[in-house]
Design a protein around this ligand. Structure first.
Ligand SMILES: [Cu+2]
Length: 154
């Protein structure tokens, strides 16, 4: 019986030793893994390039007359005509088709948030508007309503 007890105690001591050393090894193994994992900080942060969407207001009308952009993009109207050009949302003369827009807001603090230049752009002048609402938006030259175009916001 004493021999069996000694063997059992021996086995327990050996198993304990094995457990002690293997658990120590696993702790040692974790530390370098934690410190050597590279942290990718800048991957995925590709700098955004602002898309240039320019519509020219020429003597023969807007060019291009139809343009498709993504929601949140900005359109810049550039006057290249001898006559001042006044790009504004349909429908003449109220300019209320694009949500929130109205010629009645020209000259107020809301002027900068509407699809309406609120003035004639002289040759070389630009006016920009950011389209946040998807839809098919018609516009015209308020000073020459026979000239018009379409902006499709996807
Ligand atoms: Cu108008």
């Amino acid at each position: 019986m004493k021999n069996i007890i000694v063997i059992v105690i021996g086995i327990v001591i050996i198993l304990g030793g094995i457990w002690y050393f293997t658990s120590n090894k696993s702790k040692e193994a974790i530390v370098p893994v934690e410190t050597t994992v590279p942290v990718p900080e800048s991957s995925g942060n590709v700098p955004e390039t602002q898309v240039q969407n320019v519509i020219s207001a020429t003597d023969s009308g807007f060019s291009p007359s139809s343009i498709t952009i993504k929601k949140g993009e900005t359109i810049t109207f550039m006057s290249e005509s001898l006559q001042p050009a006044w790009p504004a949302s349909a429908i003449h003369p109220t300019h209320t088709v694009y949500p929130g827009s109205s010629i009645a807001k020209c000259g107020t603090t809301e002027e900068n948030g509407i699809f309406d230049s609120c003035k004639g752009l002289l040759k070389g002048e630009t006016w920009s508007f950011q389209f946040d609402i998807p839809g098919t938006w018609k516009y015209h030259d308020h000073l020459n309503p026979s000239q018009y175009g379409t902006i499709i916001v996807e």
